[in-house]
Design a protein around this ligand. Structure first.
Ligand code: SF4
Length: 124
């Protein structure tokens, strides 16, 4: 029997949810104060995901980097690979918030989008 403590991020209360397991099987779960917490903890145990915020190199832009994020959470196990993949990319200015800069990163079905505007260097 193993115990996993997970802090629910569903609201500012931050309940500590405990999951007891035997192998891959959940045998008990407690500590949540609403159904969101239960669902969050189960997902966090079975398939943890995160939104990845990072930057992408920019060519001909007013700044050398543009902040980006994945448009949806991706598997936590893919974060380092995704960071390395994004680090190899360069995009051309101008860029607008919400522009898709990388489609379907690592075949996750999730795009990487810009989170700020970057003008062309020649237009600043
Ligand atoms: S379990 Fe419910 S009340 Fe507790 S932190 Fe999560 S969302 Fe908030």
């Amino acid at each position: 029997m193993e115990e996993h403590d997970i802090i629910c991020t569903g609201c500012p209360k931050g309940c500590q949810v405990t999951i007891k397991t035997e192998g891959d099987k959940i045998t008990d779960i407690y500590g949540y104060e609403c159904p969101t917490g239960k669902e969050y903890a189960i997902n966090e145990f079975k398939n943890p995901t995160r939104i990845l915020p990072t930057t992408v190199k920019v060519e001909d832009g007013e700044f050398p980097l543009v902040p980006v994020k994945t448009a949806a959470p991706i598997p936590k196990s893919d974060l380092i690979k995704a960071m390395n993949f994004i680090a190899e990319k360069t995009v051309k200015a101008p860029i607008e918030i919400g522009d898709i800069l990388i489609e379907n990163i690592l075949n996750t079905g999730v795009d990487v989008v810009a989170t700020r505007n970057i003008k062309k260097e020649s237009e600043v």
